[in-house]
Write a protein that binds this ligand. Structure first.
Ligand code: 3PG
Ligand code: MG
Length: 399
């Protein structure tokens, strides 16, 4: 891509210079304890941060966490992330208790060469996500004052037109970090000329979220396997009863239309694990996908479907997977996601896992991450990339 990257910046020399790094440290937290449940996104940004530390930069990291409403909200504090980042870097990370206020200024001022600071949650400030250019710009001015150069390594947020992603690079010399570079390299092979057969597996709860990517991918793929909560709207579109399963009624017609145009490329479940309730201890069994009993809710794809999907994945040369096949957080309904993930991992294809949930599923199920070619840190971002949309964060780097 026609974007300067971290090596270009390092070649100029960064020793003693303040470098502002936008990272996506939006990690899942345990609701009760507030502990980080998956630190994948923190680890993903280490190559960029370590390189800057080694080169003697004063590294100022910023990120969002969750969706606070433009004002400080303790449950979304980045403090636990600063601690974890320090552990992973092997050196303490200075934490600023605000984003652009007194604490941020004194923290940045105190940085020695090769030290790292993390600013408090960007979204504690209304300017970060504002739709008003001037309001975003004013916040971007304050952020930009903390750096002499800007590195975007927040792939998970490049689809957001936010101050730290879109407006700061207009104010500072800017480069793509190692993670953003790698993500774009990998995903561009999928939009370019992937090796065939090219098989895409989509899951997750909502068809409406995936519609644009299905439209964009259908002409490119050889097979499109659909599981997860979104499969029920497709099953309904085929005229089947789906019981109390997740259904987007207003999308049924669209799904019917997609199935008609899909030239038989779309593969849907033939059996489903149906339960009495949405609960880990609910009574459940496997039923045919063409007649889910009323009052039963489909929470996973069934074993016959897993076998069928595995057969379709065998022999693939390129695989993209986004979205779990069932409610994998509940053990009885994790078999579908596990089975499909294992089939992907052992396929021998070049495999890309896209999306926060599927990446978290890989780790939560204890699967070997290195068995996958690339695990994207971006959910919405990787889908929008594959849709061919212009991503504000990438566009800003290209300027
Ligand atoms: C994500 O988790 O998808 C990214 O961190 C972006 O977060 P957002 O969807 O709240 O903008
Ligand atoms: Mg998101």
């Amino acid at each position: 891509m026609s974007i300067r990257n971290l090596d270009d910046l390092l070649a100029e020399g960064v020793s003693g210079r303040r470098v502002l790094v936008r990272a996506d440290l939006n990690v899942p937290l345990d609701k009760q304890s507030g502990a980080i449940t998956d630190d994948g996104r923190i680890r993903a940004v280490l190559p960029t941060l370590s390189a800057l530390v080694q080169a003697g930069a004063k590294v100022v990291v910023c990120s969002h966490l969750g969706r606070p409403k433009g004002t400080p909200d303790p449950q979304f504090s980045l403090r636990p992330v600063a601690d974890r980042l320090g552990e992973l870097l092997g050196a303490p990370v200075r934490f600023a208790t605000d984003t652009v206020g007194d604490s941020a200024r004194s923290t940045v001022d105190a940085l020695a060469d090769g030290e790292v600071a993390l600013l408090e949650n960007l979204r504690f400030n209304a300017g970060e996500t504002s739709k008003d250019d001037a309001e975003r710009g004013a916040f971007a001015d304050q952020l930009a004052a903390f750096g002499e150069a800007y590195v975007d390594d927040a792939f998970g947020a490049v689809h957001r037109k936010h101050a730290s992603v879109y407006d700061v690079p207009a104010r500072l010399p800017h480069v793509a970090g190692r993670l953003v570079l790698r993500e774009v390299e990998v995903l561009s092979t999928l939009t370019g000329d992937p090796e065939r057969p090219y098989v895409v597996v989509l899951g997750g709860s909502k068809v409406s979220d995936k519609l644009a990517v299905i439209e964009a991918l259908l002409p490119k793929v050889d097979r499109l396997l659909i599981g997860g909560g979104m499969c029920f709207t497709f099953l309904k579109a085929q005229g089947h009863e789906v019981g109390s399963s997740l259904l987007e009624e207003e999308m049924v017609e669209t799904c019917r239309n997609l199935l008609e145009r899909s030239e038989g490329k779309i593969l849907l479940p033939v059996d489903v694990v149906a339960a009495d309730a949405f609960a880990p201890d609910a009574a459940h069994d496997t039923v045919r996908a063409d007649g889910i009993p009323t009052k039963r809710v489909g929470l996973d794809i069934g074993p016959e479907t897993v076998a069928g999907f595995a057969a379709a994945l065998k022999g693939a040369r390129t695989i993209f997977w986004n979205g779990p096949m069932g409610v994998f957080e509940m053990a009885p309904f994790a078999h579908g996601t596990r089975g499909v993930a294992e089939a992907i991992a052992s396929s021998g294809a070049f495999t890309v896992v896209g999306g926060g949930d599927s990446a978290a599923a890989v780790r939560a199920l204890g699967l070997d991450e290195s068995a996958f070619g690339h695990i994207s840190t971006g959910g919405g971002a990787s889908l929008e990339y594959l849709e061919g949309k212009t991503l504000p964060g990438i566009a800003a780097l290209e300027k």
